[in-house]
Design a protein around this ligand. Structure first.
Ligand SMILES: Nc1ncnc2c1ncn2[C@@H]1O[C@H](COP(=O)(O)OP(=O)(O)O)[C@@H](O)[C@H]1O
Ligand SMILES: CC(C)(COP(=O)(O)O)[C@@H](O)C(=O)NCCC(=O)O
Length: 255
């Protein structure tokens, strides 16, 4: 049977199918508002799967979750397991309000803990619509973290909530300052975000039991991680999907 994991974020929808070895296989990044594009991938993935499919879905976006639910109901997969909040994710946690916490945050922590093992504290920097810096103790307990504005959101907010600022999408080639609007904005958006993340990491380092391992994930991780930590930064773009595989399809996982 086809096994699929899906991550509904605030910018896009990610699907991945599992390979025969139970590991993440092919993945796609889909627009949030285009069920026609979802249908093309569904048809492609199901045409040689007579037994149908089993799905595990993480969502932090309730309206889009309802849309995906309708899409799946029309196609009748064998089973769909929904993870709507952090409380439903099987990860050790010492947080308040897990039942309103983001399941994507908890899945990134679950996958990072599996990847890094215990014995050292860790930070997971998730660079999506929002940027979160998750904190994991040396014993593997998720303690929460920090939530900040993501790179794309910062650029869109400056454009949307001012009358005159254009939309920019800067990367590490952004200048440090500019003589005109556009380079000034690129400098502020990119290096301002880099600086914010650097500060959030530095502040969490001070009261952890040892120097933390840091792992980066999400759509903007490949841009931000080297700018903050240099070329040796550890980037694993699909931690949420990996966490879903562990929680929903790993027979060794104690649920
Ligand atoms: N195909 C894409 N669609 C949307 N955003 C993308 C895409 N590829 C890269 N990105 C970047 O990734 C960020 C979103 O990352 P992602 O981890 O997918 O977020 P979310 O989980 O919030 O949907 C955006 O801010 C954007 O800069
Ligand atoms: C923090 C988030 C907005 C991140 O979402 P994303 O950037 O991945 O789309 C999401 O995890 C969320 O809505 N969380 C609910 C509040 C919380 O986690 O405490």
């Amino acid at each position: 049977m086809l096994r699929v994991v899906a991550d509904i974020g605030n910018s896009r929808l990610k699907w991945a199918r599992l390979g025969a070895d139970g590991m993440l296989g092919a993945s796609v990044s889909l627009p949030l508002d285009d069920p026609g594009a979802w249908a093309v991938v569904w048809d492609d993935w199901h045409h040689d799967e007579p037994e149908g499919s089993a799905w595990a879905v993480s969502t932090v976006n309730p309206p889009l979750a309802r849309r995906l639910e309708e899409f799946l109901n029309e196609r009748r997969p064998q089973c769909v397991r929904w993870f709507l909040t952090a409380a439903e994710v099987p990860v050790d946690k010492d947080v308040e309000g897990a039942d309103t916490g983001g399941s994507d945050r908890a899945f990134a922590v679950l996958a990072a803990s599996r990847l890094l093992g215990t014995g050292k504290p860790a930070l997971v920097v998730s660079c999506g619509t929002a940027i979160t810096v998750e904190r994991i103790t040396a014993a593997g307990v998720w303690q929460g973290g920090a939530i900040a504005m993501g790179l794309g959101l910062c650029a869109r907010a400056l454009h949307a909530f001012t009358a005159q600022l254009p939309l920019v999408s800067p990367d590490a080639t952004a200048p440090s300052w500019g003589r005109s609007t556009e380079p000034s904005l690129e400098a502020g958006v990119f290096w301002g975000t880099v600086g914010a993340v650097r500060e959030l990491i530095a502040r969490q380092r001070t009261d952890l039991s040892a120097d933390p391992l840091v792992v980066w994930t999400g759509g903007d991780a490949a841009l931000l991680a080297p700018a903050v930590e240099g070329p040796s930064a550890r980037v694993v773009p699909d931690l949420v999907l990996q966490g879903l595989v562990h929680a929903a399809f790993d027979p060794s996982h104690d649920l």
